[in-house]
Ligand binder design. Structure first.
Ligand code: ADP
Ligand code: ASP
Ligand code: MG
Length: 404
């Protein structure tokens, strides 16, 4: 049996933890299984590397950031291999490039284009445990790339698909996927299973337990995976295709995304082509836009409107730069940017067949004295943008109302 296991930053956060991971891997291998392991950088290392670069320059070059950030995972693959050697288990570490992970050239958020796992198979056939660096790959031209924050999850899922692994396990520092972040909502409950679509929404909406792109990938290639703890043997949460019975549960989980920022363009001329011009320029800078709200126009002669949208917090500077370039050309009256927002979301496939969820959510927020700045909905989620300072309190109230 071929197993892919991924260990996140906390799970490899110290040499003691790395030894713990090695012992777990050794146990699997003793059962006769072939094991491919994906590891993250040690807890805090990626953040610290980003901080160092920004101490030198606020908007460092993306290519150089990839060269820098890839070192985090390169450290842990070697240490994990060494920890296995200390247990007399043959193990070889591979960088993303050495493992055959080819990506496009969008530095800091590259997409995996294909994986040629020839080397991995060769090493497995030779009786080795193979340790692959998460979060990184290389372009066809040999440039080092990274896959976006939390990208080791994607490495693991993509490898499980490419290797046709029988089992894919994501080991982390909580027992599985909960109805809300258990560190914020103490009453959150562990889920036995969750559908790809629900996991995808929760992940995109701030539940950092899984990187959202990795869940997208798993859904596309039908990779069933388990999220579980590296610190105990409790069963985790199975993430898989939606089953009909899952619709009986209206709300599966609540998430809070503190990683968004809001830009408001005041007095945008209300005429065809303006929104296209703005969002094309932002897209060209590889900045993802999430919610967009445009108000009705005001002013008779030359009607103008206010346009608000949200972007990932780390992209705020980049987005501002793009907007500043457009100010003259389009002629906004004012640009207001804030990163003091939180996006609170309710997710559940059962919302497709149940009504009244939005009303109850807004009522709960009103009772908690929380003002709603923006709203967006889909078939299986409702999101609101609120003041960051009230985020956690609002999350607890909404969790209590629906899942308490
Ligand atoms: P790793 O380093 O293993 O990748 P992460 O820190 O990326 O781990 O993700 C695990 C963390 O995700 C948990 O410690 C928890 O605080 C957080 N989290 C947020 N939402 C959820 C949720 N719904 N269920 C479980 N954990 C969650
Ligand atoms: N080390 C990277 C990060 O912190 C990737 C990961 O941990 O999955 O984002
Ligand atoms: Mg993670």
């Amino acid at each position: 049996m071929l197993i892919v296991q991924k260990y996140g930053g906390t799970s490899v956060g110290s040499t003691e933890r790395i030894k713990n991971v090695a012992a777990r891997i050794a146990k699997q291998r003793a059962n006769g299984e072939q094991v491919v392991v994906v590891v993250s950088a040690m807890n805090g290392v990626t953040d610290n590397l980003i901080k160092l670069a920004k101490e030198i320059m606020p908007l460092p070059n993306d290519r150089e950031m990839d060269v820098l950030l890839a070192t985090g995972e390169q450290t842990t693959i070697a240490l994990t291999a060494i920890a296995l050697h200390a247990l007399d288990v043959p193990a070889v570490s591979l960088t993303g490039a050495q493992a055959g992970i080819v990506t496009d050239g969008v530095h800091t958020k590259a997409k995996i284009q294909n994986i040629t796992p020839r080397k991995i198979h060769e090493l497995l056939d030779g009786g080795n445990v193979v340790i692959v660096a998460g979060f990184q790959g290389q372009t066809l031209e040999g440039q080092i790339t990274t896959l976006g924050r939390g990208g080791s999850d994607l490495t693991a899922i993509a490898l499980a698909a490419a290797l046709k692994a029988e089992l894919c396990q994501i080991f982390t520092d909580v027992d599985g996927v909960y109805t809300a972040d258990p560190r914020i909502v103490p009453g959150a409950k562990k889920l036995e299973e969750i559908s790809y679509d629900e996991m995808l929404e929760l992940a995109s909406l701030g539940a950092k337990v899984m990187q959202s792109r990795s869940v997208e990938f798993a859904k596309k290639f039908g990779v069933v995976f388990e999220v579980r703890s590296s610190l105990n043997d409790n069963p985790g949460t199975i993430v898989k295709e939606e089953a009909k019975s899952m619709e009986d549960i209206v709300v599966r989980g609540v998430s809070l995304d503190k990683n968004q920022a809001k830009i408001t363009l005041v007095g945008v001329p209300d005429k065809p082509g303006v929104a296209a011009r703005i969002f094309k320029a932002i897209g060209d800078a590889n900045v993802n836009v999430d919610m967009i709200v445009q108000n009705i126009s005001h002013g008779a002669g030359a009607p103008a409107t206010d346009l608000s949208f949200t972007v990932d917090k780390p992209d705020l500077l980049k987005a501002r730069k793009v907007i500043d370039h457009l100010t003259q050309e389009i002629g906004f009256r004012e640009v207001i940017a804030t990163d003091d927002i939180g996006k609170l979301s309710l997710v559940g496939v059962g919302m497709k067949s149940h009504t009244g969820v939005a009303g109850k959510m807004f009522e709960t927020l009103a009772r908690a004295g929380v003002n709603i700045e923006m709203i967006s909905t889909s078939e299986i989620k409702i999101s609101v943008v609120i003041d960051l300072a009230q985020g956690e309190q609002a999350m607890k109230a909404v969790h209590e109302a629906f899942l308490g």
